[in-house]
Ligand binder design. Structure first.
Ligand code: CTP
Ligand code: MG
Length: 221
């Protein structure tokens, strides 16, 4: 067991709505964060889980995921990840970053990302092909062109890195990125993809919660 998994869970969940921080919203009677952490903990390589909780909910989150280290998150996802990364001891070589909102991500995907980092890659992300036609539009919503979707990918989490690489990436962080691999790209490292999973969808809008409820029926663990 040589892997730490950071779980940013401090977001407000504004697009989902409902007034509760998203990671604490329930799916089939359990918070999204509990679903996510249980699946992460089932991956054989995982030595520790560090959750970045909404600052007002740190004690509540400690009670929900007793096996995890819980730290207060920040105002942005990047700050939350950086806070969780500070809690990882230097004895851990591989760090994965995994959104609490991807609550149904299978342990096999966690293990596949960890294995790819262990094989020597500097950055590993799960990727899925784009299934829809993609067009570029102007500010008046007129179509400018149809984009070739063949080389495009949807990127998920967990995203895996050697601990030192992720530390260096966050030391250089600015606001204009949406994932950790984006920060690592900026350092000049090659990011690699592994096959993603439909179960790793990010629960973002109310429709996603409905889809996740159906997925959970088909994939209970
Ligand atoms: N996150 C975090 N700290 C923040 C913002 C986001 O830890 N300050 C986490 C969220 O809890 C989530 C993950 O990052 O698990 C992905 O973010 P997103 O899906 O955007 O969640 P929210 O920011 O909560 O949702 P929204 O953007 O709709 O408010
Ligand atoms: Mg957000």
């Amino acid at each position: 067991r040589d892997v730490a998994v950071l779980v940013p869970a401090a977001g407000l969940g504004l697009r989902l709505g409902g007034g509760t921080p998203k990671a604490l919203r329930e799916l089939a009677g359990e918070p999204l964060l509990v679903h996510a952490c249980r699946r992460v903990a089932q991956a054989p390589s995982v030595a520790m889980i560090v959750v970045a909780a909404p600052p007002a909910e740190v004690d509540a989150v400690r009670a929900l995921v007793p096996g995890a280290t819980v730290v207060p998150g920040g105002a942005t996802r990047q700050e939350s990840v950086a806070a969780a990364l500070s809690a990882v001891p230097a004895t851990i070589d591989i760090v994965l970053v995994h959104d609490a909102a991807r609550a149904l991500t299978p342990p096999d995907l966690v293990e596949a990302v960890a294995a790819a980092v262990r094989s020597g890659l500097p950055a590993v992300v799960p990727a899925l092909p784009v299934v829809d036609t993609v067009k570029r539009v102007d500010t008046a919503d007129r179509v400018l062109e149809t984009v070739d979707r063949t080389p495009l990918r949807i990127i998920q989490t967990p995203q895996g890195f050697p601990r030192q690489t992720l530390l260096a990436a966050h030391a250089q962080a600015t606001d204009d990125h949406t994932d950790d691999a984006g920060l690592v790209e900026r350092l000049g490292h090659q990011v690699h993809t592994v096959p993603g999973s439909d179960l790793a969808l990010k629960i973002t809008r109310p429709l996603d919660l409905l889809i996740a409820t159906a997925l959970l029926t088909a994939h209970p663990e």
